[in-house]
Design a protein around this ligand. Structure first.
Ligand code: NDP
Length: 453
């Protein structure tokens, strides 16, 4: 952060914290944007005069609602549902639903705020939103998950439709949950429309949507490597998580000739010195997507793999070229970043949303590690959701190759926008500045065109 702007940024952040107290994740995501956007606004007073940044940090609408449901013992449970409709300047609200015990308003506001910039970078007409519940699908029966989803959608359906707000999945909301949510929406509204993305191929989904976030993450990092006359071939890659994003990140890294040495879940990390193989990946996908098991079962099944209980993926006893966190926010702290620096890491690509703390990001940047922020790196998921919406509107389905090549083109374009806005005088790229400014300018200009709304 340039010293010249420190006071201005601190004053702005004090205002944000006063207006939205007790929301640390939201403050963190705003701070990251303010550090790059406030100096830019200083040179472009039209944005200051229109009070754009202050307007941007205020969601257009927040909906909170009760979600009662009946468990398998006949007992009535109650959870809280949310939808944060943050910004619709460039298109209908778009962003995932998260079902996880850590969900609260702060987490959803940070995710919704990030989504505004991410969606602008995709080049598609998508506004920013996020929603979810602190409901935990883990350990629940299929029928319990279905009853919860039906109750959640019974309220949410009042606030969404294909022109207004189109949710998708996120942590804890995969193909099963999207199916239950869609079924209830269709039943209540009596219409079959593309109101959700991440649908199954049989009923309106898109090829490559399940793969898109992971593939897109790897395509983006491949662009970084290419700009440095390098490739994934022979690189040692540490990955965290074992869910949707991690699975297809691992798949694409293997395809491009990289060696993946780790995957994890919240119980610990599985480590492989020689690198995970296709066989390991297939086992993990079945374990996580069908059996809904724990990650140690992967190491139990293959003697060449090691399970480190309670450990994360960032302290592995070997040199790491590229680290791709794909689990959750703030999973990589400063001490983990230091360990990766000690192991010679050269590139960090955020597959998850805000997985690195502010201190970790600064440490990477201060040590010339190339750092790709989630709002650019993992934008392939929402971009392909945008392609799913386009196919639904056209009432047709593009083949796998077509969607994959569009995804690749979008990720190259996002990388180029980051270079355009983030290139330093020495030719290196500040991807955080690049992503924030490219996203900001597009949304800010649209907001100014539309007046004080
Ligand atoms: P999944 O639910 O499929 O997988 C999440 C993974 O992260 C699991 O391995 C889970 O382990 C782990 N995890 C979740 N919470 C924690 C925690 N508190 N501590 C440690 N590990 C945790 O989610 P996705 O793969 O879809 O999402 C992963 C990340 O990517 C999120 O940040 C999400 O917002 C982001 N993202 C997802 C997109 C998508 O299209 N799905 C698009 C863009 C970003 P466990 O099972 O033990 O909880």
């Amino acid at each position: 952060m340039k010293k010249k702007f420190k006071a201005q940024i601190d004053t702005f952040m004090d205002e944000v914290k006063t207006r939205s107290p007790g929301e640390p994740e939201f403050h963190q995501s705003v701070q990251e944007v303010a550090e790059t956007v406030i100096p830019y606004i200083d040179n472009h007073p039209k944005y200051k005069n229109a009070n754009i940044l202050h307007r941007m940090v205020e969601p257009e609408r927040v909906v909170m609602f009760r979600v009662p449901w009946v468990d398998d013992n006949g007992k009535v449970q109650v959870n809280r549902g949310y939808r944060v409709q943050f910004n619709s300047a460039i298109g209908p609200y778009k962003g995932g639903l998260r079902f996880h015990p850590t969900v609260n308003l702060s987490v959803l506001k940070f995710l919704g705020f990030e989504q505004i910039f991410k969606n602008a970078l995709t080049t598609l007409p998508l506004g920013g939103a996020k929603g979810g519940s602190e409901f935990d699908p883990k350990g629940k029966s299929n029928l319990e998950v279905m009853r919860f989803c039906q109750s959640f959608m019974t309220e949410l359906q009042r606030h969404i439709n294909k022109y207004t707000d189109v949710p998708a999945g996120d942590i804890g909301v995969g193909a099963r949950e999207i199916g239950f949510l869609f079924g209830q929406y269709k039943r209540l509204q009596n219409e079959f429309t593309g109101v959700l993305t991440g649908k199954d191929l049989n009923w309106g989904g898109s090829f490559i949507r399940p793969e898109a976030t992971g593939y897109g993450t790897v395509y983006f990092i491949a662009e970084i490597l290419d700009r440095n006359n390098d490739s994934f071939e022979g690189k040692t890659v540490a990955v965290s998580g074992s869910g949707n994003v991690a699975q297809y990140t691992v798949e694409k890294v293997l395809e491009l000739g990289g060696k993946v040495v780790s995957v994890s879940d919240s119980s610990g990390c599985v480590f492989s010195e020689d690198g995970l193989t296709q066989k390991h990946l297939e086992f993990m996908m079945e374990l996580k997507n069908e059996k809904r098991g724990r990650i140690h079962e992967l190491a139990d099944a293959f003697k060449e793999l090691t399970f480190n209980e309670g450990e994360c993926a960032w302290g592995l006893p070997m040199n790491i070229d590229i680290a791709i966190p794909c689990a959750t926010q703030n999973e990589m702290e400063e001490e983990h970043a230091q360990k990766l620096l000690d192991r010679g890491v050269k590139i960090i690509g955020e597959g998850a949303n805000m997985p690195c703390t502010t201190e970790a990001v600064h440490l990477f940047q201060d040590n010339n590690v190339i750092f790709g922020p989630g709002k650019a790196v993992n934008a392939g998921g929402v971009a392909t959701s945008g392609l799913e919406m386009a196919q639904n509107a056209l009432r047709l389905s593009w083949d796998r190759e077509k969607v994959d090549s569009k995804l690749l083109g979008i990720m190259k374009n996002i990388h180029q926008q980051c270079v355009t806005y983030g290139e330093n005088e020495d030719g290196s790229v500040d991807y955080v500045r690049g992503a924030n400014l490219a996203g900001f300018v597009k949304v800010a200009d649209a907001m100014m065109d539309q007046g004080a709304v």
